[in-house]
Design a protein around this ligand. Structure first.
Ligand SMILES: Nc1ccn([C@@H]2O[C@H](COP(=O)(O)OP(=O)(O)OP(=O)(O)O)[C@@H](O)[C@H]2O)c(=O)n1
Ligand SMILES: C[C@](O)(CO)[C@H](O)COP(=O)(O)O
Length: 242
């Protein structure tokens, strides 16, 4: 197993097929208000982060895995690896100040310009492997693939104090993975940080590329608030194949 005794910057992950995933787990989970960051909370008896990594290992894309974690949690992660007998190979990198900076740290390990790079929130433990594979296929064809679902609710936008209805069928809610040609993603991430960069799609779009959407799933939730662990456990019990 390749883990944090190879602490980042020195060696590079080796992909058998030019597919990579950067799993961003560099956040502190302030909205979750848990004792440890939410990526380490147990979901069906196993840390959220391990579910997220396993989905990529189970995909046909079988990417080389780069895991971005706050430096303060590298040793803790090593302990979890031992405790849960976790054997999936991955390369460990230090987290950054924001998600943008964490992605940049992960990207620094990918030198192959022909690669396809998925960026995945560590806290989306229910992403199905087929969703991952469709995203790699779309990115291979078009250079970009962002997983999204149509809004199920009516949507209104508030502008200058007035609320205006939007055309619901034109509204998509964005999830991860967000997958790109490495050369494009690397150039996009050379832009200076902007607070409007809430995901990778916004960074790549600002650079000038068109963003292609691929079908996500409403069960591909992000663990953000305390109730989300219970919701994820319920969804897992309804979808045992996940
Ligand atoms: N500096 C950061 C901030 C966020 N993330 C990652 O980006 C994903 C989505 O972010 P979010 O859900 O906002 O996580 P947190 O920043 O941890 O949560 P909060 O905003 O509640 O503090 C998470 O997997 C998180 O670990 C990261 O890698 N580095
Ligand atoms: C990347 C993301 O999960 C797409 O929906 C989302 O933008 C992350 O937002 P957060 O504010 O960092 O949770």
């Amino acid at each position: 197993m390749t883990t944090s005794n190879l602490t980042s910057h020195i060696s590079h992950p080796i992909s058998k097929n030019n597919n990579y995933v950067i799993i961003v787990a560099g956040g502190s989970g302030s909205r979750m208000q848990s004792a440890v960051p939410k990526q380490f909370l147990l979901l069906n008896g196993k840390p959220v982060l391990m579910h997220s990594i396993e989905a990529f290992e189970q995909s046909e894309a079988k990417p080389a895995i780069i895991l971005v974690l706050p430096a303060a949690y590298h040793t803790y992660w090593q302990q979890l690896i031992q405790e849960y007998s976790f054997t999936i190979s991955h390369q460990l990198v230090m987290g950054g100040e924001t998600r943008f900076h964490s992605v940049k740290n992960g990207l620094n390990l990918i030198t192959d310009q022909e690669a396809l790079v998925a960026v995945q929130d560590a806290v989306r433990p229910l992403t199905a492997p087929y969703i991952i594979d469709e995203a790699y296929q779309c990115a291979a064809k078009y250079g970009t693939a962002v997983v999204a679902v149509k809004s199920r609710d009516s949507v209104r936008q508030v502008k200058e104090g007035r609320s205006v209805s939007l055309v619901r069928d034109e509204i998509y809610l964005v999830q991860t993975p967000q997958t790109f040609r490495a050369s494009l993603l690397r150039k996009a991430y050379e832009q200076p940080f902007d607070t409007r960069f809430t995901d990778d799609a916004s960074v790549v779009e600002q650079y000038g590329a068109e963003i292609k959407l691929t079908e996500g799933d409403h069960s591909n939730i992000k663990i953000t608030f305390p109730e989300d662990i219970a919701i994820a456990e319920l969804l897992l019990s309804k979808k045992p194949q996940l």
